[in-house]
Design a protein around this ligand. Structure first.
Ligand code: 0X9
Ligand code: ZN
Length: 319
């Protein structure tokens, strides 16, 4: 069964979300925002306090598991959900946040890839779009499955750090929003545009700010709003266990990559605060890269939640 300190199957995650709804019907709503290629449900949980005076005016989006092998991301999303629900009764700070903000959390944005990574290939990254085949030589074809969903959003789609080769790890798809998973997220967010958008990845302990498609490319409020809030959030995170995060754009700190969801959220949707968080570990040597040990799940959840609270607090103050 499901455990908050384990990496869980999609089925156990969905069962836990349904249990949370059963136990907290006044705080929890489950929304089916679409289906994956292999017809798995994209199950979104909406959390809000019993006395939300704003009536849903301010909202925050958190998704995880857009990349299949980054298991700590769905696990952290689940821990954030648990902290918000249990904190509502016993922690006035969380009660205030929940009474002002609607939290929309999608713990597994790429359910087909997640299950494939659990059962077939631990290092799978993309979704499971059925194989596209192309002719190579006489009598030889090459077929490859999957689109990198974090290259499939409509922000300088296909321009940098993405491949048009279906066999590549960063294949961006035949066009932007070609995939059911990214389409479902787009359609929901266009109808319910939040004030903060956070997408959880791993690894490298970085709090990434738009834009990532080109070096030295920043939204106009980068220095006045996005970066200062990111610095406050990562400071709160650091104060829990001393975990260090770098803050900057993905293009400046890592590499250029177009078609990312956080860039799209900021650039096209005009979400004020859009971030991509690369969770633990820092590196692939001692920290095991994508293979973060289960014993680090609880601490990752707690420290990340402290950072999320800083962002949520800012939404309450500002909107
Ligand atoms: O490549 C990605 O999609 C993200 N890294 S990951 O290892 N989780 O796959 C980072 C995207 C952030 N943007 C840029 N680096 N430009
Ligand atoms: Zn990722």
């Amino acid at each position: 069964g499901f455990a908050y300190d384990r990496y869980n199957s999609l089925d156990d995650i969905h069962k836990e979300l349904k249990r949370l709804k059963r136990e907290n019907p006044d705080m929890v709503t489950l929304i089916d925002i679409g289906e994956s290629h292999e017809n798995r449900t994209l199950l979104l949980i909406k959390l809000t306090g019993r006395r939300n005076p704003m009536g849903g005016k301010v909202s925050m989006w958190i998704d995880a598991g857009i990349h299949a092998r980054e298991w700590i991301a769905p696990a952290t999303a689940m821990n954030i959900i648990k902290e918000l629900i249990t904190g509502y009764e016993k922690d006035p700070t969380i009660q205030k946040l929940m009474d002002h903000i609607e939290f929309y959390i999608l713990p597994v944005m790429n359910p087909d890839g997640y299950e494939y990574s659990r059962l077939k290939n631990r290092m799978w990254r993309k979704n499971r779009r059925p194989a596209t085949c192309r002719r190579r030589h006489f009598h030889s074809t090459l077929c490859c499955a999957g689109v990198d969903l974090n290259r499939n959003f409509d922000w300088f789609w296909g321009s940098a750090g993405a491949s048009n080769d279906p066999c590549h790890e960063t294949y961006g798809g035949p066009q932007s929003f070609s995939e059911p998973e990214s389409m479902a997220v787009r359609d929901f967010l266009e109808e319910n545009t939040p004030q903060a958008f956070i997408t959880l990845h791993s690894y490298s302990q970085m709090w990434l700010i738009p834009y990532g498609h080109r070096k030295r490319s920043y939204p106009q409020d980068f220095h006045t709003a996005l970066r200062p809030l990111a610095l406050r959030a990562t400071k709160a995170l650091y104060e829990v266990y001393g975990t260090k995060y770098q803050v900057g754009t993905g293009a400046d700190l890592m590499y250029e990559a177009s078609g990312g969801s956080h860039d799209w959220a900021k650039g096209q949707l005009n979400v004020p605060y859009a971030y991509l968080i690369e969770l633990r570990p820092k590196n692939s040597l001692m920290g095991h890269g994508f293979l973060l040990p289960e014993r680090e799940i609880p601490a990752t959840g707690i420290e990340t939640f402290e950072a999320i609270k800083v962002v949520a607090d800012e939404l309450v103050a500002q909107f």
